[in-house]
Write a protein that binds this ligand. Structure first.
Ligand code: ADP
Ligand code: ZN
Length: 215
């Protein structure tokens, strides 16, 4: 099963994608995480990505599609993938469709996670992850059971994304409304679009998504 989780920054895409990895054996393809890994590795492409991301801009479509194509060819993606953070423009959606068609793959569901803007700034500025295992947390909404200790792996080191501050969130949100929201009618036209209430509790959002997947 191949899915796209679509929604503004902080909508809960990563949170839900990680749950679907555990329950359905799908592979989460967070293009943001993939790019950040590329930046951390250094190299000319990483340097280019770093500059573009620091400016809050988008990567060239071709680079992104190639990166995804390479990843979904790997054997661990046999049960399917969850794209999180891509596509972000109609042009990217079209490029993705073309690439998938060439590979004989299809999208089963595109799930829009709808959350009001006011809630997003608080979600994004409060989020952090375990530096060791990547488990996501939030200062208010999802604290570790023991303060300062990861529930999953026991690590005491956590990290925050450099771009998760109030200013960039506002820019990223505006970009979402201008460039990404027009994808919704595109997928609606293809009959694969479903919408869930991303304002609900994390567990309730999971239930809504499960209901869609159970079809
Ligand atoms: P995205 O991947 O869409 O940018 P995340 O999954 O990182 O969003 O979620 C952003 C933050 O909001 C995280 O800290 C997460 O714990 C929290 N969060 C996610 N879903 C919900 C929800 N339904 N209700 C409250 N907080 C949530
Ligand atoms: Zn951990």
């Amino acid at each position: 099963m191949n899915l796209i989780l679509l929604g503004p920054p902080g909508a809960g895409k990563g949170t839900q994608a990680r749950r679907l990895e555990d329950t359905r054996g799908l592979v989460q393809l967070s293009t943001g995480d993939m790019l950040r890994a590329m930046v951390a590795e250094g190299g000319p492409l990483g340097q280019q990505a770093k500059e573009i991301m620091a400016a809050g801009k988008l990567m060239p479509d071709e680079l992104m599609v190639d990166m995804i194509a390479e990843r979904i060819s790997k054997s661990d993606v046999k049960n399917g993938f969850i794209l999180d953070g891509f596509p972000r423009t109609v042009a990217q959606a079209e490029a993705l469709d073309k690439m998938l068609e060439e590979k004989g793959l299809k999208l089963d569901h595109v799930i829009e996670m709808r959350v009001v803007d006011d809630a997003l700034v608080e979600r994004v500025t409060g989020r952090y992850t375990c530096a060791k295992c990547g488990k996501g947390y939030h200062d208010v909404f999802e604290k570790p059971k023991v303060e300062g200790v990861c529930d999953v792996c026991g690590s005491t080191e956590f990290k925050r994304r450099a771009d998760d501050n109030a200013e960039t969130v506002t820019t990223r949100l505006a970009q979402y409304h201008q460039q990404t929201a027009p994808i919704l009618p595109y997928y609606q036209g293809r009959g694969v679009l479903k919408t869930v209430d991303g304002m609900a509790d994390i567990d309730d959002v999971t239930k809504e998504i499960e209901a869609i997947l159970a079809g």
